[in-house]
Structure formats: C-alpha cells, structure tokens
Design a protein around this ligand. Structure first.
Ligand code: BES
Ligand code: MN
Ligand code: ZN
Length: 491
C-alpha cells in the first residue's frame, strides 16, 4: 500500500512521528533546533563517522527522547548542480534511500524535512523518491499478511505556499510510474493482449479517459496487417488500445504516445535463446509507460490533448506464425518484407504510428523495448532517442532531463536507410550489419506520415536486475516522468 502523505509547515524538529528524515549537503549544517536538542553531540557524531552530505550517504540515529521522534535519518544530497534536473534527481535518490532506512528502523510514521527554499519541483521530486522507493510487487507471493515493516504516513514539512499542491503532484506522478511497474512486473500469462486491453479499459474508466479497443476483426477491417501479422502465431488475439485525454479548454495541440506492447517476445520462428527470452515479459515496457502516463495525465490535467496507444500482441512461434521473408502491407499501404520475426516491435509500431497520425496527432512519441543494438551502443543507463524533427526532439530531451531521466540522441542520416532495401517489397524490416537501433528507428519513421516524431528505444531501461535508491529490482517505470513533464510543459 502506498503511504498517505500530508503537508505541514513550520520546523520539522517539532514532529511527533516515529522517524524524522532530513537531508544534508557538504555545505549545509544540521538545523539549529536539532543540533541544540543533542547539545552538539549529533554534529560531532556525524563528523566522527565522516558523514559529509555526499550523495548516497545515509545514517540513522536514535534520539533517546531528545526530540519528539524516536529516530533521525540523515541523508546526503551531494552538491546542488546547475545541470537541468540533476538536483531534483539527487533529491529523489537521497529521500528514496532515506525512507527505506526509516522503514528498516521500524518506523510507521515519518516526518520529512525538505531543504530550505525547496520549491514545487523539488517537493514533487522528493515525494516521488519517497513513494517510489517504497514500491513493491507482491502479486505472486502467497500469504496476504502485510509486511511487518511498512511506512503508513508521511508528513512533508515545507515552507513553500504551494507545498500541498506539489505533494499531490508528486503522488500523482509516482502513481503513474507504479502502474507502469505493475504492468511490466506482471507475468505474460496474466497480461495477454485481451487481458491488457481489459486492464487499460479499467484504468481509463477509473481515470475518466475515453478508451476504444480494436480487436482482431476491427484490425482486419481497418487494414492493420502489421499488427495482425505479429499476433498470428499466438493463441491470444492482438489488440490496439486507444485512450484519449481531452483538456478542459481548447487544446493547442495533440500529442500521441505510442507504446510497443509485446506481451511476450519469444522471437517467433526466429526463436530467441533461453537466456535472451527469459526477460521478455518486459517487452511491453513502452505500452506500460503509456498507460502509466495516461493514468497520471488524467489527474494532472495538462493543457494538450493526448492520445495513448498500446499495440498489444504476443510474438510466438507456431503453425500460424509469420515467417521470415513474408511480405506485409502495412496500414499506410507500404509493403515490407520480414527480415527476421524477432524484429516484431517495429512492425506493430508501424501501424500504430500511422494510426496516431491519422487520429490527428500533431506530434508522435513512441516508446519501445526495441533493439539489443541500442543496449550495445549506450547500455542501460540512458534511453536512446531518434527523431525526424530536431526542434521537437530538443524539446523532448529538455523535458526528460528536467524529469531526471537520461535520454541521448542518435543520428538519423539517410545513408543508414540503405540497409532497409528489399528485393521484393518497398522495404525490409531489418537493416544490414551495424547501426541496428538506427535502422529500426528509420523503419518506424517510414510510417509516421510526415508528422513530427520522436522514437525512444528503452531496451535495457524498462527493467533492471539491480536495486536503485528509489527503484527495486524489476520494472523501473522508465519514461513515465519524462512523458508527463513533456505534456505538462507543452502548450
Ligand atoms: N524485444 C527485443 C529487443 C530487446 C532485447 C529488448 C533485449 C530488451 C532486451 C526486440 O523485439 C528484438 O528482438 N530485437 C532484435 C531485432 C533484430 C532481430 C533485428 C534484436 O535487437 O536482436
Ligand atoms: Mn523481438
Ligand atoms: Zn521485442
């Protein structure tokens, strides 16, 4: 259960909770009231321990009745950086690490002191860090008893007048990220395309979003052959899920968010290796980010219209599966030859971006766990960005940086297109040797009908086998924050 947040103003040293969290950097000293309560001994203790406010440092101290709280948790933020978004990200990490420590110390109620002069963006980032650090996924653990150590309430002590709104903002963002994590962590047996469509419909209904699901017959009638072809090998039918958020006033523009939603990627007839296949329940991380973002967008109420699309299909080998060398006519009429059945993501996206363009999108952002080549190129720290519109890409990269997520642009020069030539059709779905993340992106770009478009390759980013300060092992919910910041700052 997510903890309940509240806002308090005044000096957090007066808090009467189980634990108090406060942050320090190398240049900030302990708040006077706290130092005084300990007669200077806490400052001495910190010095003795060599604690100097570096990022990653966390220390907990019992108060033995000297304060209204039983435990003080002190967390290092590192130095304030001027690079956009890095200070906020430092806060997310510092407060995320601290709340886990408070929980491990047995606290159920926590007061959080925010840094002096923290504004709305910083308070939101702190709440995101606190909330996301406590995320856990227990659906498949038997025994329903609540964990013994669990944070129930968090008081945010802040002087900013807009603190309460910022706390709510942070909670709404975190809820979107948590939903994306839940979707990715769920096993493929419980998120077949029809099941994921039901899940999206439920989310849309609760959030007040319009939702329309195209089933197999609808897709066939509409000419969505690329999506249908990917779904052919599975016992579960594919679905194209469309959600729409309309702002209250007149929308200045329409942004489409398109998520690759391969509910399991076995590779198809070009079957993956056992090692390569194991993690492929996460191959819907793009769609999960879209649904998580749409859920939060309904609450955040940005000024732009947003269309959310999820291309739910399962890539399986069977007697009805697509074959390498088959030719498909996509929704926009272009034909392509299937170079490899494991290159299924770009196929479902081809039809989905065309759908987005025809649905009136002024800008299209697609997100996909698309290529191993992207991971070879830049690993799992950054997300890869690819675009046909420099100015649009710059705006998106700016929003992502502010949200504290690492995104890095790749070149999209025409010369790379040579690899996508086919002897028999307009295009081939796979490129030649090298530059596989770029040729995959260029393939998708053939179907955007000339609209400004950014493609985000999140291969290696959607799930992690290591724990982060505010992210347990497993699904990360990557890009939800960037998408939200983009649509919130778009006018
Ligand atoms: N879903 C995979 C890409 C992937 C691999 C994501 C590992 C996350 C972790 C994608 O569908 C795929 O199989 N891509 C192939 C394309 C190739 C056949 C052209 C790849 O990258 O190997
Ligand atoms: Mn694949
Ligand atoms: Zn895939």
């Amino acid at each position: 259960m997510a903890p309940t947040f509240s806002t308090k103003s005044g000096d957090a040293a007066k808090a009467k909770t189980d634990a108090l969290i406060l942050s320090l950097s190398a240049t900030t000293a302990l708040p006077k009231a706290i130092d005084k309560a300990f007669g200077g001994q806490l400052t001495e203790l910190l010095e003795a321990r060599g604690f100097n406010g570096k990022a990653g440092e966390v220390a907990a101290f019992p108060t033995f009745g000297k304060l209204g709280v039983r435990t003080v948790v002190i967390t290092g933020t590192g130095e304030r950086s001027n690079e956009p978004g890095r200070w906020g990200e430092g806060l997310r990490r510092a407060y995320g690490a601290a709340i886990k420590r408070a929980r491990d110390e047995g606290a159920r109620t926590v007061a959080v002191a925010t840094p002096e002069k923290a504004g709305s963006a910083e308070i939101s980032a702190i709440v995101e860090g606190l909330s996301l650090a406590l995320y856990s996924f227990t659906r498949y653990k038997s025994g329903t008893a609540a964990p013994k150590k669990q944070i129930e309430t968090i008081e945010i002590w802040a002087s900013d007048k807009k603190a309460a709104a910022a706390v709510t903002h942070g909670e709404q963002v975190a809820a979107g990220v948590a939903l994306a994590r839940d979707l990715v962590n769920t096993i493929s047996n419980d998120k077949t395309p029809p099941q994921i469509a039901d899940w999206a419909e439920q989310v849309a209904k609760n959030a007040g979003l319009q939702c329309r699901v195209l089933n197999q017959a609808d897709l066939a009638a509409g000419g969505y052959n690329a999506i249908l072809t990917v779904g052919k090998g599975s016992a579960a039918e594919p679905r194209l899920i469309e959600m729409i958020y309309e702002p209250k006033g007149k929308a200045q523009k329409t942004v489409a968010l398109v998520g690759k939603t391969i509910t399991f990627d076995s590779g198809g007839l070009d079957l993956k290796s056992a090692d390569g296949m194991y993690s492929m329940k996460t191959d819907m991380g793009g769609g999960a980010a879209v649904l998580g973002a749409m859920h939060a967008i309904a609450a955040l109420q940005p000024k732009v219209k947003v269309i959310g699309l999820m291309t739910a299909a399962e890539n399986m080998p069977s007697g009805t599966a697509m074959r390498p060398s088959d030719v498909v006519t996509a929704l926009n009429g272009k034909t392509f030859e299937i170079g490899n059945t494991d290159a299924e993501g770009r196929m479902v996206l081809a039809d989905a971006v065309t759908h987005a363009a025809r649905a009136g999108a002024d800008e299209i952002i697609d997100l996909a766990t698309l290529t191993g080549a992207k991971m070879v190129a830049i690993g799992s720290i950054a997300v890869g960005s690819f675009s046909n519109d420099q100015a649009f890409q710059e705006r998106f990269l700016g929003a992502a940086a502010e949200a504290g997520e690492r995104v890095w642009p790749f070149p999209m020069w025409d010369e790379y297109k040579d690899g996508l030539k086919s002897e028999i059709a307009d295009l081939k779905s796979t490129g030649g040797r090298g530059g596989g993340a770029i040729t995959a992106a260029l393939f998708i770009g053939e179907f955007v009908e000339g609209k400004p478009w950014v493609h985000l390759d999140i291969a290696g980013n959607a799930a992690s086998d290591t724990e982060g300060p505010y992210s347990p092992k497993g699904a990360t919910g990557v890009m939800v924050r960037s998408l939200l910041n983009y649509v919130e700052s778009a006018t």
